[in-house]
Design a protein around this ligand. Structure first.
Ligand SMILES: *Cc1c(COP(=O)(O)O)cnc(C)c1O
Length: 376
């Protein structure tokens, strides 16, 4: 398909839905799917993705910030929304106003949320994160101390207990098993102290795809898988139980085509020198659109149904490719930065490998000026 835009992504709603169903079918029954739509749904558009997931029956979504949650509410998204990455002081009231469910990362967070003025009737539902060994967010307090704080709350109900894996795709590491032991130990100890949250969740994409069933619990929190990706595993991983496919393809157009003689230096710094006469195409996408600068002289795109190498450095708004072997290409023609033409495909993981980064940053890096189009 082709859109009237110089640089755009096309997102398949049906593929997002299929990926969600794949996660649901892999974990059912008993485990719900909390679709992670933070960071504008990894570049896919949070509102559109949230609508697809809700239409598929999702009861929970997860975002990073109160702002992201409030934007979903303004768009009419009605399901439960978990705010995973902290609540600023000035955002506290919006938790109640927008019916958002915050994650508390410390006992002080719990006490702070307990002070937010409410209607005096409905407690604020909060999920408490336990640091099980990642040493990022989450409380490191012991069960007795946590229980004392929880039982003293007046306006907050601790509805959920969660944690997050540091190395779930790495089967050469013991860290995942240690984290699972720490979490179930905490759960058992809290129960002894009279605290029994209704929900528990731990797994994101990797612990779902390379099944760590002990960590599936009430909910799983996939993000990457919803968008069609599972990270490669290290060591002796079990075969993935999820078959998902990318939902996004990224295209741009040729602005100019030119023939240059041998010896021509191409782009800033003259870092590429043509060894023989060649035909170039200048594309309407650069690092300001999210094309990684690290693809300079290394990456490729799909042009005319075959790979075409990026030559010279990626500029802010432009990227130059070698189309010597596709002489039919003309200005105005479309080129695929990420996606598929016939049986030639380029996905975010392939791009990330070349750029020395991870697929997450490729997807999140597709900038706001790249137009989003949704197809069924
Ligand atoms: C981003 C995030 C997820 C989703 O991770 P994926 O690897 O994309 O599935 C789950 N939980 C937390 C706390 C996160 O920050």
């Amino acid at each position: 398909m082709s859109q009237a835009a110089r640089c755009y992504v096309e997102i398949s709603r049906s593929q997002i839905a299929a990926n969600y169903r794949a996660a649901r079918d892999a974990t059912a029954p008993g485990t719900g799917i909390m679709g992670v739509v933070k960071a504008n749904a990894y570049g896919h558009g949070a509102v559109e993705v949230a609508r697809v997931l809700c239409a598929e029956g999702a009861r929970w979504l997860a975002v990073s910030s109160v702002e992201e949650g409030a934007a979903l509410r303004r768009a009419g998204i009605d399901c439960r929304i978990l705010v995973m990455a902290g609540v600023m002081r000035w955002e506290e009231q919006a938790l109640r106003d927008c019916r958002l469910t915050p994650v508390a990362h410390s006992l002080d967070d719990l006490r702070r949320f307990d002070e937010i003025p409410g209607d005096g009737l409905e407690p604020l539902q909060v999920h408490l994160k336990i640091d099980t060994g990642m040493n990022r967010l989450g409380t490191r307090a012991g069960a007795a101390e946590i229980a004392e704080a929880v039982l003293a709350l007046r306006h907050v109900r601790v509805e959920g207990l969660l944690s997050h894996f540091a190395s779930a795709a790495d089967f050469t590491s013991e860290q995942t098993d240690a984290q699972i032991r720490a979490f179930s130990g905490m759960w058992a100890d809290l129960e002894k102290h009279g605290v029994r949250p209704a929900l528990m969740h731990f797994a994101s994409t990797n612990a779902l795809a390379y099944p760590r069933r002990e960590a599936w619990l009430s909910l799983v929190r996939p993000g990457h898988a919803i968008y069609g990706y599972v990270s490669p595993a290290r060591g002796h991983a079990p075969p993935p139980v999820l078959a998902v496919k990318p939902a996004l393809s990224w295209k741009t157009r040729i602005i100019a085509v030119k023939d240059v003689p041998a010896g021509s230096k191409i782009g800033y710094g003259g870092s590429f020198v043509a060894a023989s006469p060649m035909r170039l195409a200048v594309l309407a996408a650069g690092y300001a659109d999210g094309v990684p600068h690290r693809l300079s002289n290394k990456g490729k795109v799909i042009a005319g149904g075959r790979f075409a190498p990026i030559v010279g450095t990626v500029s802010m708004d432009l990227t130059t490719i070698d189309i010597t072997h596709s002489p039919q290409l003309q200005p105005g023609g479309e080129v695929t930065l990420l996606g598929q033409e016939g049986d030639v495909a380029l996905d975010a993981q392939g791009i990330a490998r070349t750029a020395g980064t991870i697929s997450y940053t490729v997807l999140c890096g597709i900038s706001a000026r790249v137009k989003r189009f949704y197809i069924d």
